[in-house]
Design a protein around this ligand. Structure first.
Ligand code: URA
Length: 434
């Protein structure tokens, strides 16, 4: 087999055989196929897509590229949740403790923020002492004890995805439906789950800008799950404005704490409860979805989800007191208010620009090696649909160094669209694919 022949055939829109896909993925993971050839294959895939047979071969090879974690000796159904990435999206830190408080076992393997989107690991690590580098043994022990553990992707799980994702990130090939679907599903299946709830984001702040593409991505991931005998449900949700009010790691942890104490923003609370209900239902802790929704609400309202989150924070080395006393979290030293240049209705808040501004001030990274500043970010003061006067505060920027703040402020100011007419109300949960 010659790699160049496979690239040419893919470029021409031909279907490759499963063993040819396997040759490419294995060859790249082992270092036999160089970056330039794999980059070319990825770009050909970006334009030509993959058939179901190719997608299956790609996902299976990525799963087999490393270790698969066996959680079968831990009693109960293991259900994870994964988002395709958004701005202000901290639902994992809320729905996971709710589901765990309801008795679901939640092995949550998460990623770091990249580009304008945030990552669960960075948010958790803003809690002083919190460790996300648990060993697999520690992970299993905590799952057995508390029913919930947060961990990063280890080098041994789906290493093919690690290599491919890094290459995609620098070759403009991230936003491809089969490549995203195989990347997410290979990690999730290798992690030993029985079922998965997906939050597929769509809109200005998401990888998928159009609902039709989000639907295709959701269907591809649900299909992979079905073939491998895993129950997968995908919610397609709006990411045209940030979720909640807080963007930035420690700021988002503060909002998580408020939400788990029943004082969170309406959109964040609603989506977190629905995701938790889906996890409870797939985890067989409720016979119907309505019953699962009731259980999710009860676990939030009676404080057991908050207690669960604090137990998990303590078990992973974090200081749970920081969730009640925000002074113990990293705090910014500077603050700037952004005022509205005119009165009217807030018709849009371009989520990607808010995410980029936050990243620019240090909340996110441009490459996987960069460090981040956990204290910085943006707090919105308004949401889409609100009527405001000229000079109203639209948001506050929190920073620790002056560098890039002017540029971030310009970006944020342009992100708010103010119009004379009340905008149409947009649904938060747009579709369910299962
Ligand atoms: N998240 C992933 O894990 N992989 C992708 O390809 C995109 C988002």
């Amino acid at each position: 087999m010659r790699t160049v022949d496979l690239i040419l055939r893919k470029r021409g829109g031909e279907e490759l055989a499963p063993e040819e896909i396997q040759y490419l993925v294995d060859g790249y993971t082992s270092g036999e196929i160089p970056d330039y050839q794999m980059a070319s294959f990825l770009m050909a895939t970006f334009f030509s897509g993959m058939t179901d047979r190719e997608l299956s071969a790609c996902t299976d090879t990525m799963i087999r590229s490393g270790e698969t974690i066996d959680l079968s000796d831990i009693p109960g159904f293991k259900v994870d949740k994964h988002s395709t990435g958004g701005v202000g999206d901290k639902t994992s830190l809320i729905c996971a403790p709710i589901a765990a408080a309801a008795g679901v076992v939640v092995p949550m393997m998460s990623g770091r923020g990249l580009g304008h989107t945030g990552g669960t690991l960075d948010k958790l690590e803003s809690i002083p002492g919190f460790r996300t580098d648990l060993t697999i043994d520690e992970f299993r022990r905590q799952l057995a004890d508390l029913g919930l553990a947060f961990i990063g992707q280890s080098d041994d799980v789906a290493p093919a995805d690690k290599r491919l994702y890094a290459l995609r990130d620098v070759t403009g090939t991230v936003e491809s439906i089969p490549l995203i679907a195989s990347s997410i599903m290979s990690k999730k299946i290798a992690e030993g789950i029985d079922a998965l709830v997906l939050d597929v984001k769509v809109g200005y702040g998401a990888f998928m800008k159009k609902q039709v593409d989000a639907r295709r991505l959701a269907a591809a991931m649900v299909g992979i799950g079905r073939r491998l005998d895993k129950k997968v449900v995908a919610l397609i949700t709006d990411m045209n404005q940030p979720l909640g009010y807080a963007i930035g790691n420690a700021l988002e942890v503060m909002e998580v704490s408020q939400t788990l104490q029943k004082a969170g923003p309406a959109d964040l609370t609603r989506l977190s409860l629905e995701l938790a209900a889906r996890m409870i239902h797939l985890g067989k802790k409720a016979a119907t979805l309505d019953e699962a929704r009731k259980i999710a609400e009860d676990k939030l309202m009676d404080g057991s989800a908050y207690r669960k989150f604090k137990q998990v924070v303590a078990a992973q080395g974090g200081n749970p007191k920081a969730l009640d006393n925000f002074e113990l979290l990293p705090n910014a030293t500077g603050m700037r208010e952004i005022m509205s240049p005119r009165g009217g209705y807030v018709s849009a808040i371009m989520a990607e620009d808010i995410g980029r501004a936050s990243q620019m001030m240090g909340a996110g990274r441009n490459s996987k090696e960069e460090g981040i500043d956990p204290a910085v970010g943006v707090i919105l003061e308004v949401k889409v649909g609100e009527k405001i006067d000229v000079g109203a505060v639209l948001c506050r920027l929190y920073y620790t160094g002056e560098e890039n703040v002017d540029e971030a402020a310009d970006l944020v100011e342009d992100a708010f669209r103010i119009s004379g007419n009340r905008p149409e109300e947009r649904e938060l949960i747009l579709e369910v694919v299962s």
